[in-house]
Design a protein around this ligand. Sequence first.
Ligand SMILES: NC(=O)c1ccc[n+]([C@@H]2O[C@H](COP(=O)([O-])OP(=O)(O)OC[C@H]3O[C@@H](n4cnc5c(N)ncnc54)[C@H](O)[C@@H]3O)[C@@H](O)[C@H]2O)c1
Length: 332
Amino acid sequence: MYNKNKILITGGAGYIGSHIVELLIKNNKKVFIFDNLITGYKKLINKKAKFIRGDIKNLSKLSKTIKENNINSVIHLAAYLNINESEKYKKKYYKNNVGGTLNLVKACRGTNVKNIVFSSSCSIYGNTKGSVDERKKPNPKSYYAFTKYKSEEIIKKYSKKYNFRYGILRYFNVAGASKSGKIGEIEKSHGHLIKNLAIQSTKLNPKVNIFGNNYNTRDGTCIRDYIHVSDLAEIHILALKKISNNKKSLILNCGYGKGYSVKEIVDIFLKIKKNVVIRYQKKRRNDIAHIYANITKLKKILKWKPKYNNIYLILKSAIKWEKKINKKFLNV
Ligand SMILES: NC(=O)c1ccc[n+]([C@@H]2O[C@H](COP(=O)([O-])OP(=O)(O)OC[C@H]3O[C@@H](n4cnc5c(N)ncnc54)[C@H](O)[C@@H]3O)[C@@H](O)[C@H]2O)c1
């Protein structure tokens, strides 16, 4: 049962993982973080969780951790996620994201782990014409998306073999920071729009790059669905409860069901920050033009209601966090 859960979070020292940990601890759960800190940070590690520094590529350490701590549920976030880098270093991405997921399911074999929640991505859908539901056949474009798709397949296949339930959560674009003020996105390398705007908000001469302005969208820039990280964290708690109590697996889109273009987000930013130089750049390889979530299933199954569904406030919360971690550059 969910209530007795001892929960292992791979990637729990990262951006999204730390928000899930914060919420689980608030719900009095026993939490174990397994992270190699490659893009995770000590600062994001919750003091009430047990931290194990380890790599999911290391099967024996993963197995030992799960057995020794009598883990019942796993939330698996550990992955590399830079789309551009994934095209260049395919092997590295395959080994970490796909090989790591395979190790994880193997490490759960014959243990008490009965539930695995996996952080997948809307990028597995590939090109769509806007709203997409969970029945759409995956058609990953980038190599990163391919590794997420392969990981989903591994989890589905082994869930029957090793007798665990899964909750596959396909995140859309995650942004914002916890209102506790203690955690937020630190890593800069992932190339996320709202993180980049937050970084620019702390600069004297802010510059914003927009990749592509001739997509077949309402203003020529890419359209995405942005979800606040705290709302996303709550979905994990509800999904884990659901698969644990119902003993049934599920796949859910995680977004708000509304698309904003890059230009629309940048326009909101321009109301907050003055003197911003906008530079239009070439399209990024394998970027999807237009995607947002159909969340009918998410709302129906989990009875989830968003609490932070306001793009202006999401941007503001990312900026507030950035100011906190960059005090010396502060000039807003
Ligand atoms: N941020 C988004 O918008 C978004 C969208 C879709 C899916 N996701 C998925 O969400 C998950 C978390 O992403 P995030 O935004 O929090 O990024 P993040 O980089 O902050 O978190 C990833 C964490 O995994 C850890 N990690 C990576 N490889 C590892 C390994 N081999 N062993 C142990 N730990 C390892 C990193 O140190 C880091 O703490 C990822 O799986 C990502 O693919 C994120």
